[in-house]
Write a protein that binds this ligand. Structure first.
Ligand code: AR6
Length: 165
């Protein structure tokens, strides 16, 4: 499996599935969630309403509608509360669940944003280390050939490039 860091907007990527950094309502929000809903169109919200929310650490799938990606995996990362409330486990669980969904939907390429590191304030370096280790650990037998870590800001891009070098 190939792991790469790409700087840019996840809604523009040509992959089978993109991951959203959602909240437990799955009804949209700011950050990457807002960008994905804006790019996918109103049908995405209608599909999300039917999912009835999602617990922290889990992920649920919808079609990508107007996106190039066929699927969106809506993952709910933890809000950072100092690190003693299971945040690392919950973040790892998001990445693991998305890799399971990738297998379930026969997805060969998937792009992740840096879940929880924006509005939810999870420390960026710690989150990136968890993301890379968890994805690597879930690779075997998943059928996923290419994982893109989509880095929106320069700091995130630098961290992933170092980790993957
Ligand atoms: N493409 C790729 N990455 C992006 C994009 C984009 N278009 N826009 C922002 N990022 P955040 P969270 C990066 O805040 O911390 C929402 O309101 C951003 O720079 O989007 O998990 C949800 O509804 C950062 O590196 O998600 C939740 O309520 C990363 O995406 C809450 O925010 C994650 O930042 C989730 O907070």
């Amino acid at each position: 499996m190939e792991l790469v860091a790409v700087r840019g907007d996840i809604t523009r990527l040509d992959v089978d599935a993109i991951v959203n950094a959602a909240n437990t309502s799955l009804l949209g929000g700011g950050g990457v969630d807002g960008a994905i809903h804006a790019a996918a169109g109103r049908d995405l919200l209608r599909a999300c309403v039917k999912l009835g929310g999602c617990p922290t650490g889990d992920a649920k799938a919808t079609p990508g509608f107007q996106l190039r990606a066929k699927w969106v995996f809506h993952a709910v990362g933890p809000v950072w509360r100092g690190g003693l409330q299971g945040e690392e486990m919950q973040l790892a669980s998001c990445y693991r669940r998305c890799m399971e969904l990738a297998q379930e939907f026969s997805v060969r390429s998937v792009a992740f944003p840096a879940i929880s590191t924006g509005i939810y304030r999870f420390p960026k370096e710690q989150a990136a280390a968890i993301a890379v280790a968890t994805v690597r650990g879930a690779a075997e037998g998943s059928g996923v050939e290419r994982v893109v870590f989509c880095c929106f800001d320069e700091a995130t891009d630098r961290i992933y490039r170092q980790l993957l070098a």
